[in-house]
Design a protein around this ligand. Structure first.
Ligand SMILES: *Cc1c(COP(=O)(O)O)cnc(C)c1O
Length: 481
């Protein structure tokens, strides 16, 4: 692939604060193979085999490279069914880094979301969230709650340059409390950072204000802390007064604004599996622990092997290392700058874990009910072997009340950067692929469902192109770029 014409405009990538001790070969896949593969996958990049992918930017979930210390931690596994010493180590680290008293390990983040939703929500409640996350909202709705979006307006505008686009709109939250009554709001769910808004952070000032407002009404606050270290780094860089504060201290201050958190260890905590629910309220912990026995496992392992808890404890210590987290976020920012340099529309500012292509800007000729982001993700794969994922109308699903598509203003393709896995060369290739595809965007057509699952339809949905396109049809592929 040719170099970007504008590449000189992009600053040099940040230097990795680690070196490589073990490698995993990846294989280039021919265009012919990719065309066949995307057809077999029903145009859904989730359904591709990993061997069919060259650079895998599907997700940063569970895809991190563990450190030598984490691999060593695996050898310290105490696989006792009850009372494993690895649990006590995890508990100690969570208490130290997050500051919450009770820790309940779960198989991953959604396990913690499930327990929290079941324990706190009564049918007919409303749970305010700063935008939504797929599994978080699904668990809240499954427990009988109505979802209410309380994020600031800027979050829904891919071009709005706001340093804390994940912030809660306090007026909106206050109006909601007045409308439904504080007794029908079991907790406010605040994601730090907001994945669906493009990995956008929440400021400490905003978290404090949310705490203050909810305290007045006796409402709990739970953080979705999945990407809390990335959020803390943004606070360090962008919020006045925090430039010289270690990320570790900022993280503690963030957590001090909440009653507890759910965490997917598969993201910031640098492990391939794991998560936890943490809180300060003993009764809440006890109820969740009782439910965990049914759904996750005994409360000192929660569906994890002892060794997994040990590796997660070590990962939590590494995620708040200032040099590590600075490189992590700056690498993503550099990737975003490289993509944007050739005019490709992306969500700004670039968030903590991914570059989000604005599919509506990229494919203005594809209407939203023909799933432009899904089509773009499929075309990018066929063009380059780079795998991203749809974050648009397919992910947003149908409104449970009306049965109609929810049309989010953000129709995005997420190119997620796994932690400590790819070099700047890999990401540069992905950026060039986006630029090339953008020049040929007219050739990409929309999609329709051939099979639509009832829940979380982006995972298992099947699609077909609505028209002929060199990106999707083997017959005309010879004429493709
Ligand atoms: C991934 C994720 C979750 C769910 O965690 P899993 O470990 O995938 O179950 C929840 N919230 C956010 C913001 C996430 O990114």
């Amino acid at each position: 692939m040719s170099r970007l014409p504008t590449e000189s405009a992009v600053p040099p990538p940040p230097t990795e604060p680690y070196r490589i001790k073990m490698v995993e070969p990846i294989r280039p896949v021919s265009r012919q193979e990719r065309l066949a593969a995307i057809g077999r996958a029903h145009y859904n990049t989730f359904k591709l085999r990993s061997d069919e992918v060259f650079i895998d930017l599907l997700t940063d979930s569970g895809t991190s490279a563990m450190s030598d210390r984490q691999w060593s931690a695996l050898m310290l596994g105490d696989e006792a069914y009850a009372g494993s010493r690895n649990f006590y180590r995890l508990e100690e680290v969570v208490r130290e880094i997050y500051g919450f008293r009770y820790v309940l390990p779960t198989h991953q983040g959604r396990g913690a979301e499930h327990l929290l939703s079941q324990v706190l929500i009564r049918p007919g409640d409303t749970v305010p969230n700063n935008m939504y996350f797929t599994t978080t909202r699904a668990h809240q709705e499954r427990a009988g709650a109505a979802f209410a979006d309380i994020i600031v307006d800027e979050a829904h505008d891919p071009a709005a340059d706001h340093p804390f686009k994940g912030n809660v709109d306090l007026n909106r939250l206050e109006a909601l409390i007045r409308r439904v009554g504080p007794e029908r709001i079991p907790y406010v769910s605040v994601a730090v950072t907001v994945n669906m808004a493009g990995g956008q952070p929440v400021s400490l000032a905003n978290l404090r204000a949310v705490r203050e407002l909810t305290r007045r009404h006796g409402i709990k606050v739970f953080l979705d802390a999945t990407r809390c270290a990335e959020n803390a780094y943004f606070i360090q860089q962008r919020e006045p007064g925090y430039r010289n504060r270690p990320v570790r201290e900022i993280l503690r201050e963030m957590m001090a604004c909440a009653d507890g958190c759910t965490m997917s260890g598969k993201k910031d905590a640098l492990v391939n599996i794991g998560g936890f629910l943490a809180c300060n309220d003993e009764t809440l912990y006890q109820k969740a622990a009782d439910l965990a026995v049914l759904f996750e496992g005994f409360p000192t392992y929660g569906g994890l092997a002892g060794r997994d808890m040990e590796a997660m404890a070590q990962g939590i210590l590494e995620m708040v290392d200032d040099a590590y987290i600075a490189h992590r976020v700056e690498q993503v920012r550099w990737f975003g700058a490289a993509v944007a340099a050739s005019g490709v529309p992306i969500v700004r500012p670039v968030g903590g874990h991914a570059v989000f292509l604005d599919a509506r800007g990229f494919l203005p000729h594809v209407p939203q009910d023909e799933f432009p982001a899904l089509a773009l993700a499929a075309a990018l794969y066929v063009h380059s072997g780079v795998r991203g994922m749809e974050r648009g109308v397919v992910s947003a699903g149908r409104d449970p009340a009306t049965g109609k598509h929810r049309y989010p203003r953000l129709e995005l393709v997420r190119l997620t950067v796994p932690r400590r896995v790819y070099t700047a060369d890999h990401l540069g290739l992905a950026a060039r692929a986006c630029a090339e595809l953008y020049r040929d965007r007219e050739a990409i057509c929309g999609m329709r469902f051939t099979y639509e699952p009832e829940t979380l339809r982006f995972f298992n949905g099947r699609f077909e192109p609505v028209a002929e396109s060199p990106y999707f049809t083997t017959a005309s592929s010879a004429a493709g770029p």
